[in-house]
Design a protein around this ligand. Sequence first.
Ligand code: FE2
Ligand code: FE2
Length: 180
Amino acid sequence: MSRKPKPAAPGAPLDTEAMIRVDHAGEYGAVRIYQGQLAVLRHGAAADTIRHMAEQEARHLKVFDRLVNERKVRPTALEPVWRVAGFALGFGTALMGEKAAFACTAAIEDVIDEHYASQVAALADQDDDLKATVEQFRLEEVEHRDTALQNGAEQAPGYRLLSETIKAGCRIAIKLSEKI
Ligand SMILES: [Fe+2]
Ligand SMILES: [Fe+2]
């Protein structure tokens, strides 16, 4: 899959409000996914690994909470949807087993890596603060993906279908949360 960030349309004004709205929604979704996974996988090495990633997501969310407030960004109206969908996705994949839980993380973080990279490219030399934040979080999301792969994500039953389905859902969620 191509990982090349999309260049910004020439002359198009940068909608940093939409960027913050969608990132805030995404980090909230991530927190909910891990809460769902940890509701099933409470103990053991996988739970410890997931807890570490969950702590980073909580920190990401806190930063975007602050940005939403400071810059008076309208948060997504879809928060109740992501609240339920995120938890259900985490809970459901964890019920399928640890490897499926990690397959979920690997799929999501793959899409988020792309998404954050395209924002960094679009920001170019604008809004250094936001750009540095997004780039730092992107690197942590990549770490999550690599951790998930090291923990056997690809050995989950039905990995390919599971992964492609989650990625497609994640891309739709991104599109919706930018606007709504
Ligand atoms: Fe995150
Ligand atoms: Fe993450």
